[in-house]
Design a protein around this ligand. Structure first.
Ligand SMILES: *[C@@H]1O[C@H](CO)[C@@H](O)[C@H](O)[C@H]1NC(C)=O
Ligand SMILES: *[C@@H]1O[C@H](CO)[C@@H](O)[C@H](O)[C@H]1NC(C)=O
Length: 320
């Protein structure tokens, strides 16, 4: 069985039965997440248990300061979480986005998959569902996230995610109006709706990336073809479904590294300086990774555990 999941850190796992299987692989050098997933698998846990355990470890440890509670807040000062999990045998998916008050986002994503008819729950609906299912509601704010937030307010709300508005969003906290407001009523409505959609999801720290909890973008798994997971600028990457693309390329016979490269190339064509990376694994446990070369990302690091290396190994790939 293949399962795939993400929250900035992400794990893909595969079944026993082949020399290099099972495989645990996750984005970023989050060694403890890899080890937690591996140990769950070895103590008789299912693939989904292992994936959940690996990610939960990162949520607790606040891997890199970007995963989990106390992470970069949104424009109201609140930290919200996203998570996605997929079962590559059944093609079931559970995702949460803009989840508030609950630390165990990956646990909630799994509950969405196993205990509801839905694929994704967002915002307050996701939080109410989680509370209803017995997840602990608590404040995700920390001194660090409050500090980031107050610095941001002091710095005239810079950076922020707006474009095509007046006054200049690079100088103010708003309120804003669509720049085309006077002439193009139809377009204005469209712009307003769109910008509203992203409220609360945009994280205000520029150096911290936002993965996508959208299936096919952030991660994808199909036990008959392979699995992939992406990390980076989720807003750009979700336009290309890179994880879905990579899995389909592997289904058609592409080597995992080549599938990963093609998925990145597709995005580069339109966004040459986007920040992003992807890891790919096929059904025989071969894996690869690729990333877009930008300043600050000359190489991408990821972790692997398999039967040849029970201790998590740090791997890297040169970005292109
Ligand atoms: C990883 O786990 C070890 C042992 O539990 C712990 O000492 C260490 O702080 C963890 N690493 C991180 C980055 O949290
Ligand atoms: C997985 O990728 C490896 C490396 O390219 C390749 O040798 C192997 O045949 C692939 N497995 C499948 C099932 O396509």
């Amino acid at each position: 069985m293949f399962a795939s999941l993400r929250i900035l850190a992400l794990t893909l796992l595969f079944p026993l039965g082949h020399a290099s299987l099972p495989l645990v692989i996750n984005t970023w050098p989050f060694r403890n997440a890899t080890a937690a997933a591996w140990s769950a698998l070895n103590s008789g846990g299912s693939v989904l248990d292992a994936v959940e355990r690996g990610c939960a470890r990162c949520e607790v440890e606040q891997c890199d300061g970007t995963v989990g509670y106390g992470g970069s807040p949104d424009e109201s000062g609140e930290t919200t979480l996203d998570a996605l999990i997929m079962n590559g045998d059944t093609m079931e998916v559970g995702a949460v986005a803009d989840l508030r008050r609950i630390k165990n986002a990956i646990g909630v994503a799994r509950a969405v998959m196993e205990l509801t008819d839905h694929t994704m729950l967002v915002g307050e609906s996701a939080s109410v569902f989680a509370e209803n299912m017995g997840f602990t509601a608590e404040d995700l704010t920390t001194d660090k996230s409050m500090n980031i937030f107050s610095q941001w307010l002091k710095g005239d709300c810079q950076p922020n995610y707006r474009k095509n508005v007046i006054p200049d969003p690079s100088k103010s906290c708003g309120p804003y109006k669509a720049r085309t407001a006077v002439n193009q009523n139809k377009r204005v409505t469209h712009l307003n709706t769109r910008s509203h959609d992203t409220i609360g999801q945009f994280k205000i720290q520029p150096d911290i990336t936002w993965d996508s909890p959208i299936v096919g973008a952030g991660a994808y798994a199909d036990s008959s073809a392979g699995a992939a997971a992406a990390t980076g600028d989720g807003d750009v990457m979700m336009r290309f479904l890179p994880s879905y693309l990579a899995v389909e390329l592997m289904r058609a016979g592409a080597d995992p590294s080549e599938a990963c490269r093609t998925a990145i190339s597709r995005i580069k064509r339109h966004y040459s300086d986007f920040f992003g990376a992807i890891i790919c694994a096929n059904t025989t446990g071969h894996y690869g990774a690729a990333c877009n070369k930008v300043s600050g990302l000359p190489q991408f690091h990821f972790m692997v555990s398999n039967s040849e290396s029970v201790t998590p190994l740090l791997k890297s790939v040169d970005c292109f």
